[in-house]
Design a protein around this ligand. Sequence first.
Ligand code: PLP
Ligand code: TYF
Length: 398
Amino acid sequence: VFSTVEMAPRDPILGQSEQFNLDTRPVKANLGVGVYFDDAGRLPLLACVQAAEKAMLSAPSTRGYLPIDGIAAYDNAVKALVFGADSEPVQSARVATVQAIGGTGGLKIGADFLKKLSPDAKVLISDPSWENHRALFSGAGFTVDSYAYYDAEKRDLNFDAMLASLNAAAAGSIVVLHACCHNPTGYDISPGQWDQVIAVIEARGLTPFLDMAYQGFGHGIAEDGAVIGKFVAAGLNLLVSTSFSKSFSLYGERVGGLSVLCTDKEQASRVLSQLKVVIRTNYSNPPTHGAAVVAAVLNDPELRALWERELAQMRLRIKAMRQQLVAGLKAAGVRQDMDFINRQIGMFSYSGLSRAQMLRLRNEFGVYGTDTGRMCVAALNPQNLAHVCQAIAQVLEG
Ligand code: PLP
Ligand code: TYF
């Protein structure tokens, strides 16, 4: 039966990490995968997570099956984080939230749900977008197109073109939007531009699906979440996937969620019942540990405050690394203006380097970024910064 199976291509990002791990050069930097490392180049284990786990160990719990939609206290915490605890949608119980296996799981539950509901709808993702968006929505059976987003020549957003593509979208199309910290470009649209996007979504009858994988990594938890309030104010229905992989540094625990903003409570209960069918037929019910940790932190005022401080540290460290990268590139002899790196936000920088230049960086200097020129600023640290700056300078000027 398997004789005709073809070899699938490797994930362009995760495949590169495998290559990086095999690289025996003493000086190297993995700016490929989107993972936050601390100043010492280590993957953090947050103190709030350790405190929650310590408390859990001292009162061990049994491991029965969770409900299909996950831990109730977790789902409520996700809802509160995304919409605001006192927000009208939460107060009127018109949000259906389920625990998901990472942000990816949230996207996939949403995609399968939408496919049953609107089998002929097209999905639009940004050009460019996270590599997995196209694969995931195509895998769910959708035709995936893109809307304009980035102008490589200008090294900036092309907002007019973005609005034009959304204006040209067929009614009923599903639009996948990065809520904040756009992956891969690092360019977010401004609050005023969000208003214009929302107006087009409303006018064209599009279905917004927000991917919120980096809440708190941009300007702050509430600041990054404010975009959701704009959709609420416009009276739109929407889907939001949440990931705690980065904001809790819990990548391997696979903690995420999907929230669907419905028109009223009764509709939300019907939607929830369908989300549960999707989950039931995929993996029955979610795993316990990661979501229990996140719920414990979010629902305890002290641990929550600790998390907010730790998240702020990560956010500010990335900003500092951006500034040091720009200064370091200048000091290393890069003549072109690299200050756009400071205007980008979140984990990533679209560096503007070509594929050939990215290959040189990797082959000659052991500096790994994606072929598309994306670099993970959150993987820079005082030890690797000078090497990275010199390598980029050599490639750009040498
Ligand atoms: N969406 C975007 C834009 C991402 O960058 C990521 C990164 O991992 C995800 C979704 C997936 O999140 P998770 O690792 O929690 O599945
Ligand atoms: O974009 C990134 O690097 C992160 C991590 O299939 C990631 O979002 C990359 C590829 C992938 C899953 C996660």
